[in-house]
Design a protein around this ligand. Sequence first.
Ligand code: FAD
Length: 373
Amino acid sequence: MIVVSNNKYDYLIVGAGVFGSVCAHELTKQGKRCLVIDSRNHIGGNCYTENINDIHVHKYGAHIFHTNDKKLWDYINQFAEFKQYTHNVIANYKDEMYTLPFNMWTFNQMWGVNTPEEAKQKIESQKFKGEITNLEEQAMSMVGTDIYNKLIKGYTEKQWNRPCTSLPPSIIKRLPVRFTWDSNYFNDKYTGIPIGGYTQIFEKMLEGIDTLLNSDYFQHKDYYDSIADKVIYTGPIDKFFNYQYGKLEYKSLRWETEKLEQDNFQGNPVINYTDSEVPYTRILEHKWFDPQSQKGTIISREYPTDYDGTNEPYYPIRDNKNTDIYNKYQELTKGLDKYIFGGRLGSYVYYDMHQVIAQALLKIMSFNQKNYQ
Ligand code: FAD
Protein backbone atom coordinates (compact mmCIF):
# COMPACT_ATOMS: atom_id res chain seq x y z
CA MET A 1 0.00 0.00 0.00
CA ILE A 2 2.59 2.58 1.06
CA VAL A 3 5.99 2.44 -0.53
CA VAL A 4 8.71 4.15 1.41
CA SER A 5 12.47 3.60 1.34
CA ASN A 6 12.71 2.97 5.03
CA ASN A 7 10.26 1.40 7.40
CA LYS A 8 11.17 3.38 10.50
CA TYR A 9 11.49 7.13 10.74
CA ASP A 10 12.48 9.57 13.44
CA TYR A 11 9.80 11.99 12.22
CA LEU A 12 6.61 11.68 10.23
CA ILE A 13 5.74 15.15 8.94
CA VAL A 14 2.11 15.72 7.97
CA GLY A 15 2.00 18.55 5.42
CA ALA A 16 4.54 19.62 2.80
CA GLY A 17 3.83 23.35 3.27
CA VAL A 18 6.25 25.87 4.77
CA PHE A 19 6.17 24.49 8.32
CA GLY A 20 6.51 20.82 7.32
CA SER A 21 9.18 21.44 4.68
CA VAL A 22 11.38 23.65 6.89
CA CYS A 23 11.16 21.04 9.70
CA ALA A 24 11.97 18.20 7.27
CA HIS A 25 14.94 20.10 5.82
CA GLU A 26 16.44 21.09 9.16
CA LEU A 27 15.90 17.73 10.85
CA THR A 28 17.40 15.87 7.88
CA LYS A 29 20.46 18.15 8.08
CA GLN A 30 20.81 16.98 11.69
CA GLY A 31 20.82 13.34 10.57
CA LYS A 32 17.18 12.53 11.41
CA ARG A 33 15.15 10.31 9.11
CA CYS A 34 11.96 12.03 7.97
CA LEU A 35 8.92 11.00 5.97
CA VAL A 36 6.75 13.84 4.64
CA ILE A 37 3.17 13.18 3.55
CA ASP A 38 0.61 15.51 2.01
CA SER A 39 -2.99 14.90 1.02
CA ARG A 40 -2.60 17.19 -2.01
CA ASN A 41 -0.97 16.12 -5.27
CA HIS A 42 1.88 18.62 -4.87
CA ILE A 43 4.33 20.01 -2.32
CA GLY A 44 4.43 23.66 -1.14
CA GLY A 45 1.05 23.87 0.61
CA ASN A 46 -0.66 27.17 -0.13
CA CYS A 47 2.55 28.68 -1.53
CA TYR A 48 2.55 26.25 -4.46
CA THR A 49 3.00 27.81 -7.91
CA GLU A 50 2.30 25.90 -11.11
CA ASN A 51 4.38 26.62 -14.20
CA ILE A 52 2.01 27.09 -17.14
CA ASN A 53 3.77 28.39 -20.30
CA ASP A 54 6.53 29.90 -18.11
CA ILE A 55 3.97 31.82 -16.06
CA HIS A 56 4.16 30.85 -12.39
CA VAL A 57 0.53 30.65 -11.37
CA HIS A 58 -0.07 31.30 -7.66
CA LYS A 59 -2.65 28.51 -7.27
CA TYR A 60 -3.74 29.56 -3.78
CA GLY A 61 -3.72 33.33 -4.14
CA ALA A 62 -1.08 36.05 -4.46
CA HIS A 63 2.02 35.27 -2.38
CA ILE A 64 4.62 37.95 -1.73
CA PHE A 65 7.49 37.23 0.62
CA HIS A 66 8.06 40.15 2.99
CA THR A 67 9.95 40.45 6.26
CA ASN A 68 11.99 42.87 8.34
CA ASP A 69 14.14 40.04 9.64
CA LYS A 70 17.40 39.66 7.73
CA LYS A 71 17.94 36.11 9.08
CA LEU A 72 14.61 34.95 7.63
CA TRP A 73 15.31 36.75 4.35
CA ASP A 74 18.74 35.02 4.12
CA TYR A 75 17.12 31.72 5.05
CA ILE A 76 14.60 31.75 2.20
CA ASN A 77 17.22 33.06 -0.26
CA GLN A 78 19.17 29.79 0.15
CA PHE A 79 16.47 28.08 -1.86
CA ALA A 80 15.78 30.55 -4.69
CA GLU A 81 16.94 33.79 -6.18
CA PHE A 82 14.47 36.54 -5.34
CA LYS A 83 13.73 39.64 -7.37
CA GLN A 84 12.99 42.85 -5.55
CA TYR A 85 9.25 43.43 -5.83
CA THR A 86 7.04 46.36 -4.90
CA HIS A 87 3.42 45.38 -4.35
CA ASN A 88 1.13 48.04 -5.80
CA VAL A 89 -2.56 47.22 -5.57
CA ILE A 90 -5.22 49.01 -7.58
CA ALA A 91 -8.95 49.21 -6.86
CA ASN A 92 -11.61 49.22 -9.55
CA TYR A 93 -14.89 50.74 -8.36
CA LYS A 94 -17.37 50.72 -11.27
CA ASP A 95 -14.44 51.41 -13.64
CA GLU A 96 -13.06 54.27 -11.55
CA MET A 97 -9.46 53.33 -10.71
CA TYR A 98 -7.86 54.07 -7.32
CA THR A 99 -4.45 53.38 -5.81
CA LEU A 100 -4.30 51.30 -2.58
CA PRO A 101 -3.56 51.27 0.30
CA PHE A 102 -5.15 54.65 1.08
CA ASN A 103 -2.51 57.30 0.41
CA MET A 104 -2.16 60.70 -1.28
CA TRP A 105 -2.73 59.09 -4.72
CA THR A 106 -6.08 57.70 -3.52
CA PHE A 107 -7.12 61.07 -2.06
CA ASN A 108 -6.05 62.83 -5.24
CA GLN A 109 -8.03 60.37 -7.40
CA MET A 110 -11.08 60.58 -5.09
CA TRP A 111 -11.24 64.34 -4.47
CA GLY A 112 -8.60 66.02 -6.63
CA VAL A 113 -6.68 67.20 -3.53
CA ASN A 114 -2.91 67.65 -3.78
CA THR A 115 -1.65 68.19 -0.23
CA PRO A 116 -1.90 66.17 3.01
CA GLU A 117 -3.62 69.14 4.70
CA GLU A 118 -6.39 69.23 2.04
CA ALA A 119 -6.85 65.43 2.32
CA LYS A 120 -7.11 65.61 6.12
CA GLN A 121 -9.68 68.41 5.88
CA LYS A 122 -11.75 66.41 3.39
CA ILE A 123 -11.74 63.35 5.67
CA GLU A 124 -12.53 65.50 8.72
CA SER A 125 -15.59 66.97 6.97
CA GLN A 126 -17.05 63.48 6.33
CA LYS A 127 -15.88 61.60 9.39
CA PHE A 128 -18.19 59.55 11.62
CA LYS A 129 -17.86 61.17 15.05
CA GLY A 130 -20.24 59.15 17.28
CA GLU A 131 -19.56 56.13 19.45
CA ILE A 132 -18.13 53.30 17.33
CA THR A 133 -20.07 50.05 17.51
CA ASN A 134 -19.37 48.35 14.15
CA LEU A 135 -17.00 48.18 11.18
CA GLU A 136 -18.93 50.73 9.12
CA GLU A 137 -18.62 53.38 11.83
CA GLN A 138 -14.98 52.51 12.44
CA ALA A 139 -14.11 52.87 8.73
CA MET A 140 -16.07 56.13 8.36
CA SER A 141 -14.30 57.53 11.43
CA MET A 142 -10.94 56.86 9.77
CA VAL A 143 -11.48 57.82 6.11
CA GLY A 144 -14.94 59.44 5.78
CA THR A 145 -17.96 58.38 3.74
CA ASP A 146 -16.65 58.60 0.13
CA ILE A 147 -13.78 56.17 0.61
CA TYR A 148 -15.92 53.93 2.80
CA ASN A 149 -18.72 53.72 0.22
CA LYS A 150 -16.50 53.23 -2.83
CA LEU A 151 -13.52 51.28 -1.55
CA ILE A 152 -14.43 49.51 1.68
CA LYS A 153 -18.13 48.66 1.93
CA GLY A 154 -18.70 46.37 -1.09
CA TYR A 155 -15.29 44.67 -0.84
CA THR A 156 -15.58 43.93 2.88
CA GLU A 157 -19.17 42.69 2.60
CA LYS A 158 -18.15 40.31 -0.20
CA GLN A 159 -15.21 39.09 1.89
CA TRP A 160 -17.26 38.38 5.00
CA ASN A 161 -20.62 37.71 3.38
CA ARG A 162 -22.17 40.00 6.01
CA PRO A 163 -23.15 43.71 6.16
CA CYS A 164 -20.42 45.98 7.55
CA THR A 165 -22.89 47.13 10.22
CA SER A 166 -22.83 43.61 11.71
CA LEU A 167 -19.02 43.22 11.66
CA PRO A 168 -16.81 44.19 14.63
CA PRO A 169 -14.76 47.43 14.34
CA SER A 170 -11.57 45.50 15.25
CA ILE A 171 -11.31 43.97 11.74
CA ILE A 172 -10.44 47.31 10.22
CA LYS A 173 -8.63 49.09 13.05
CA ARG A 174 -5.20 48.55 11.51
CA LEU A 175 -6.26 49.88 8.10
CA PRO A 176 -3.26 51.79 6.73
CA VAL A 177 -4.02 55.46 5.95
CA ARG A 178 -0.98 57.36 4.66
CA PHE A 179 -0.66 61.05 4.01
CA THR A 180 2.32 60.44 1.71
CA TRP A 181 2.56 59.48 -1.97
CA ASP A 182 3.76 56.00 -1.03
CA SER A 183 1.62 53.22 -2.47
CA ASN A 184 3.95 50.30 -1.67
CA TYR A 185 1.64 47.82 0.07
CA PHE A 186 4.34 46.40 2.34
CA ASN A 187 6.63 48.51 4.51
CA ASP A 188 9.06 45.68 5.21
CA LYS A 189 12.81 46.00 4.63
CA TYR A 190 12.87 42.88 2.41
CA THR A 191 10.12 42.15 -0.12
CA GLY A 192 10.49 39.80 -3.04
CA ILE A 193 9.18 37.18 -5.41
CA PRO A 194 11.24 34.06 -6.20
CA ILE A 195 12.38 34.10 -9.83
CA GLY A 196 10.95 30.86 -11.23
CA GLY A 197 8.13 30.54 -8.66
CA TYR A 198 7.77 29.13 -5.15
CA THR A 199 7.63 25.39 -5.88
CA GLN A 200 11.39 25.14 -6.50
CA ILE A 201 11.93 26.29 -2.88
CA PHE A 202 10.06 23.25 -1.58
CA GLU A 203 11.76 20.93 -4.10
CA LYS A 204 15.12 22.06 -2.71
CA MET A 205 14.01 21.85 0.92
CA LEU A 206 12.72 18.31 0.40
CA GLU A 207 15.56 17.05 -1.82
CA GLY A 208 16.48 13.48 -0.84
CA ILE A 209 13.65 13.24 1.72
CA ASP A 210 10.95 10.54 1.36
CA THR A 211 7.76 12.35 0.36
CA LEU A 212 4.35 10.85 -0.31
CA LEU A 213 1.69 12.90 -2.09
CA ASN A 214 -2.06 12.17 -2.30
CA SER A 215 -1.69 10.65 1.17
CA ASP A 216 -4.11 11.67 3.90
CA TYR A 217 -2.78 11.09 7.40
CA PHE A 218 -6.19 10.23 8.81
CA GLN A 219 -6.80 7.47 6.28
CA HIS A 220 -3.96 5.41 7.78
CA LYS A 221 -3.24 7.23 11.03
CA ASP A 222 -2.36 4.11 13.06
CA TYR A 223 0.03 2.88 10.39
CA TYR A 224 1.74 6.27 9.99
CA ASP A 225 2.04 6.68 13.75
CA SER A 226 3.59 3.23 14.01
CA ILE A 227 6.44 3.97 11.60
CA ALA A 228 7.75 7.14 13.27
CA ASP A 229 8.95 8.08 16.74
CA LYS A 230 7.48 11.59 16.50
CA VAL A 231 4.77 13.16 14.36
CA ILE A 232 4.83 16.80 13.25
CA TYR A 233 1.27 17.72 12.33
CA THR A 234 0.47 20.87 10.29
CA GLY A 235 -3.18 20.16 9.41
CA PRO A 236 -6.27 21.60 11.18
CA ILE A 237 -5.95 21.08 14.94
CA ASP A 238 -9.71 20.50 15.45
CA LYS A 239 -9.64 17.62 12.97
CA PHE A 240 -6.72 15.98 14.81
CA PHE A 241 -8.86 15.82 17.95
CA ASN A 242 -11.90 14.60 16.05
CA TYR A 243 -13.76 17.89 16.61
CA GLN A 244 -14.47 16.87 20.22
CA TYR A 245 -14.88 20.50 21.35
CA GLY A 246 -16.61 21.54 18.13
CA LYS A 247 -15.44 22.80 14.74
CA LEU A 248 -13.21 25.84 14.35
CA GLU A 249 -14.33 28.38 11.75
CA TYR A 250 -12.29 29.53 8.76
CA LYS A 251 -12.81 31.73 5.73
CA SER A 252 -12.28 30.08 2.39
CA LEU A 253 -11.67 31.25 -1.17
CA ARG A 254 -12.02 29.85 -4.66
CA TRP A 255 -10.39 30.90 -7.90
CA GLU A 256 -11.58 30.75 -11.50
CA THR A 257 -8.49 30.65 -13.66
CA GLU A 258 -8.45 31.49 -17.35
CA LYS A 259 -5.74 31.40 -20.04
CA LEU A 260 -5.96 34.32 -22.45
CA GLU A 261 -4.33 34.87 -25.85
CA GLN A 262 -3.64 38.56 -25.21
CA ASP A 263 -0.31 39.47 -23.63
CA ASN A 264 -1.61 41.99 -21.12
CA PHE A 265 -5.03 41.84 -19.46
CA GLN A 266 -4.77 44.41 -16.66
CA GLY A 267 -1.11 45.49 -16.44
CA ASN A 268 -0.80 44.73 -12.70
CA PRO A 269 -0.57 41.54 -10.59
CA VAL A 270 -3.63 42.38 -8.46
CA ILE A 271 -6.68 44.56 -9.02
CA ASN A 272 -9.38 44.66 -6.32
CA TYR A 273 -13.03 45.00 -7.34
CA THR A 274 -14.63 47.01 -4.58
CA ASP A 275 -18.28 47.37 -5.64
CA SER A 276 -20.86 44.86 -4.48
CA GLU A 277 -22.25 44.05 -7.98
CA VAL A 278 -19.03 42.33 -9.21
CA PRO A 279 -19.12 38.93 -7.46
CA TYR A 280 -15.33 38.45 -7.14
CA THR A 281 -13.03 40.50 -4.90
CA ARG A 282 -9.90 40.51 -7.04
CA ILE A 283 -8.33 39.50 -10.31
CA LEU A 284 -4.74 38.23 -10.27
CA GLU A 285 -2.70 38.39 -13.47
CA HIS A 286 0.11 36.01 -12.59
CA LYS A 287 2.73 37.01 -15.15
CA TRP A 288 3.19 40.45 -13.53
CA PHE A 289 4.61 38.92 -10.34
CA ASP A 290 7.65 37.93 -12.39
CA PRO A 291 7.40 39.25 -15.97
CA GLN A 292 9.66 37.45 -18.45
CA SER A 293 8.08 38.43 -21.80
CA GLN A 294 5.87 35.30 -21.72
CA LYS A 295 3.33 34.93 -24.54
CA GLY A 296 -0.34 35.15 -23.59
CA THR A 297 -1.48 35.58 -20.01
CA ILE A 298 -3.26 33.79 -17.15
CA ILE A 299 -5.74 35.44 -14.82
CA SER A 300 -7.60 34.19 -11.72
CA ARG A 301 -10.79 35.71 -10.37
CA GLU A 302 -10.87 35.32 -6.58
CA TYR A 303 -14.19 34.63 -4.83
CA PRO A 304 -14.53 34.56 -1.03
CA THR A 305 -16.56 31.54 0.12
CA ASP A 306 -17.70 30.12 3.41
CA TYR A 307 -15.71 27.17 4.72
CA ASP A 308 -17.95 24.10 4.81
CA GLY A 309 -15.50 21.29 5.61
CA THR A 310 -15.18 20.18 1.98
CA ASN A 311 -13.22 23.17 0.66
CA GLU A 312 -9.89 24.55 1.95
CA PRO A 313 -9.63 26.33 5.33
CA TYR A 314 -7.57 29.46 4.50
CA TYR A 315 -8.08 32.09 7.17
CA PRO A 316 -8.71 31.17 10.83
CA ILE A 317 -11.49 33.36 12.27
CA ARG A 318 -9.85 34.25 15.58
CA ASP A 319 -12.85 35.70 17.40
CA ASN A 320 -13.61 35.00 21.06
CA LYS A 321 -15.77 31.94 20.38
CA ASN A 322 -13.15 30.25 18.18
CA THR A 323 -10.27 31.26 20.45
CA ASP A 324 -12.03 29.53 23.36
CA ILE A 325 -12.43 26.35 21.31
CA TYR A 326 -8.82 26.52 20.10
CA ASN A 327 -7.53 26.95 23.67
CA LYS A 328 -9.26 23.73 24.67
CA TYR A 329 -7.56 21.84 21.82
CA GLN A 330 -4.25 23.44 22.72
CA GLU A 331 -4.67 22.18 26.27
CA LEU A 332 -5.06 18.63 24.90
CA THR A 333 -1.73 18.86 23.01
CA LYS A 334 0.16 19.32 26.28
CA GLY A 335 0.12 15.70 27.35
CA LEU A 336 1.02 14.34 23.92
CA ASP A 337 4.79 13.94 23.70
CA LYS A 338 4.72 12.08 20.41
CA TYR A 339 2.91 14.85 18.50
CA ILE A 340 4.14 18.32 17.63
CA PHE A 341 1.71 20.90 16.20
CA GLY A 342 2.66 23.85 14.07
CA GLY A 343 1.99 26.06 11.07
CA ARG A 344 -1.10 28.05 10.23
CA LEU A 345 -3.67 25.31 10.75
CA GLY A 346 -1.90 23.50 13.59
CA SER A 347 -1.68 26.81 15.52
CA TYR A 348 -4.98 28.30 14.23
CA VAL A 349 -3.32 31.64 13.46
CA TYR A 350 -3.07 33.55 10.21
CA TYR A 351 0.70 33.53 9.72
CA ASP A 352 2.65 34.90 6.79
CA MET A 353 5.37 32.72 5.28
CA HIS A 354 8.26 34.33 7.18
CA GLN A 355 6.40 33.85 10.47
CA VAL A 356 5.89 30.15 9.74
CA ILE A 357 9.59 29.73 8.92
CA ALA A 358 10.44 31.44 12.23
CA GLN A 359 7.98 29.20 14.10
CA ALA A 360 9.47 26.04 12.52
CA LEU A 361 13.08 27.06 13.24
CA LEU A 362 12.22 27.85 16.86
CA LYS A 363 10.47 24.52 17.24
CA ILE A 364 13.55 22.66 15.94
CA MET A 365 15.74 24.63 18.35
CA SER A 366 13.46 23.60 21.22
CA PHE A 367 13.85 19.88 20.27
CA ASN A 368 17.62 20.29 20.38
CA GLN A 369 17.50 21.97 23.78
CA LYS A 370 15.36 19.12 25.12
CA ASN A 371 17.88 16.57 23.83
CA TYR A 372 20.67 18.28 25.78
CA GLN A 373 18.73 18.38 29.08
P1 FAD B 1 -0.05 25.15 4.53
O1 FAD B 1 0.60 25.88 3.41
O2 FAD B 1 -1.53 25.18 4.61
O3 FAD B 1 0.44 23.64 4.48
C1 FAD B 1 -0.20 22.61 5.21
C2 FAD B 1 -0.18 21.36 4.36
O4 FAD B 1 -0.69 20.28 5.14
C3 FAD B 1 -1.08 21.47 3.12
O5 FAD B 1 -0.32 21.19 1.97
C4 FAD B 1 -2.15 20.40 3.37
O6 FAD B 1 -2.54 19.74 2.17
C5 FAD B 1 -1.44 19.43 4.30
N1 FAD B 1 -2.36 18.65 5.13
C6 FAD B 1 -3.36 19.13 5.93
N2 FAD B 1 -4.02 18.11 6.49
C7 FAD B 1 -3.43 16.97 6.05
C8 FAD B 1 -3.68 15.58 6.27
N3 FAD B 1 -4.68 15.14 7.07
N4 FAD B 1 -2.88 14.66 5.66
C9 FAD B 1 -1.88 15.07 4.84
N5 FAD B 1 -1.62 16.38 4.58
C10 FAD B 1 -2.38 17.31 5.19
N6 FAD B 1 1.98 34.75 3.22
C11 FAD B 1 2.92 35.68 2.92
O7 FAD B 1 3.99 35.70 3.55
N7 FAD B 1 2.72 36.57 1.89
C12 FAD B 1 1.58 36.58 1.15
O8 FAD B 1 1.43 37.41 0.25
C13 FAD B 1 0.57 35.62 1.47
N8 FAD B 1 -0.59 35.59 0.76
C14 FAD B 1 -1.53 34.65 1.06
C15 FAD B 1 -2.69 34.61 0.30
C16 FAD B 1 -3.66 33.65 0.57
C17 FAD B 1 -4.91 33.64 -0.24
C18 FAD B 1 -3.46 32.72 1.62
C19 FAD B 1 -4.50 31.69 1.93
C20 FAD B 1 -2.30 32.74 2.37
C21 FAD B 1 -1.32 33.70 2.11
N9 FAD B 1 -0.13 33.76 2.83
C22 FAD B 1 0.82 34.70 2.53
C23 FAD B 1 0.11 32.83 3.96
C24 FAD B 1 0.92 31.59 3.55
O9 FAD B 1 0.19 30.87 2.58
C25 FAD B 1 1.15 30.74 4.81
O10 FAD B 1 1.94 31.46 5.72
C26 FAD B 1 1.84 29.41 4.57
O11 FAD B 1 1.34 28.74 3.46
C27 FAD B 1 1.64 28.55 5.81
O12 FAD B 1 2.33 27.35 5.68
P2 FAD B 1 1.87 26.09 6.53
O13 FAD B 1 2.91 25.04 6.33
O14 FAD B 1 1.55 26.49 7.92
O15 FAD B 1 0.44 25.67 5.92
